[in-house]
Design a protein around this ligand. Sequence first.
Ligand code: HMG
Ligand code: MG
Length: 302
Amino acid sequence: MIALPKRVQLKEVGPRDGLQNEKSFIETTDKIAFIDRLSETGLDYLEVTSFVHPKWIPQLADATEVLKAIKRKKGITYAALVPNSKGLERALEAGVDEVSIFMSASEGHNKANINKTIDETFPILKEVVDGAIFSGKTVRGYISTVIACPYDGYVSPSQVVKVAERLFEMGITEISLGDTIGVGVPTQVDALLNEMLQYFNVNQLAMHFHDTRGTALANVMTSLSHGIHKFDSSIGGLGGCPYAKGASGNVATEDLLYLLHGMGIETGVSLDKIEQSALFIEQKIGKRLNSKLVAVARGEEL
Ligand code: HMG
Ligand code: MG
């Protein structure tokens, strides 16, 4: 058996990645109650909303209200997605702890998602990083489409390295590698991490798997075998990027917890409380969540 990390940190992206893909508006008070519940689960990192243009993601137009109203628990980082200086201004005003910038490794998705070419994006993000650091905030970066792009097809690991180098030069602390449309399989994740880990160390990287084709947990196993110990996940398996056709839910937090705990890996997170939070948001969204462990929590025959 491969050597696995003893402890893994989960970065919960459900309130942002999870909800951004939901078409019908979820009441602001429900979002706040949802995040407050998540703060009681043992998670120490919550990405709670997004300060993108409200016309691009109407579901998260209430970002300021949400971030201002949640009950902050000591020891938890409350992060939010920020695309540009306008977004940073709003996020700082609302009291964000950590800023998450984002771009894609491929031109097609970058343009569709943030309306800029890759080269046009770097100076915009540099301004965000400088402003955030000046305000005493840390910055995390996402690179999307690290395996394949819904517009341009397969993406080479060397292209991901190139984008990562530019982002780290700006002074960010960590990069989360996103398989945005959930096409990756373990051999591809292996090739990507073999390349990335020649340039960056394991503490600088997190993995962000969407589970469109059911390969997310297999990809987590491959990442663990490379020593990766930070994963993004979304409660109930919610999630997806509205500007990436075919993107669906993130790896479900509860399914990931089951896997990790079963292998003796600590997370500090209560699976039971996560399942209860998943049932809470399921009721507010009014749609059945797909994760395996939510089905178990509902007491369904499997
Ligand atoms: P744009 O239209 O090119 O923006 O959109 P612009 O800079 O030309 O500005 C146009 C107007 O928008 C201006 O107003 C700005 O002030 C305003 P005007 O002067 O015309 O009155 N504006 C803003 N207002 C509020 N907040 C802002 C903001 N920015 C500009 N932040 C932009 C460019 C990036 C804003 C837009 O394309 C956008 O918001 N895109 C976000 C799309 C998105 O959120 N996608 C999902 C998140 S990414 C994801 O899910 C992937 C991830 O999970 C990882 C993975 O899975 O791979 C992270
Ligand atoms: Mg995502």
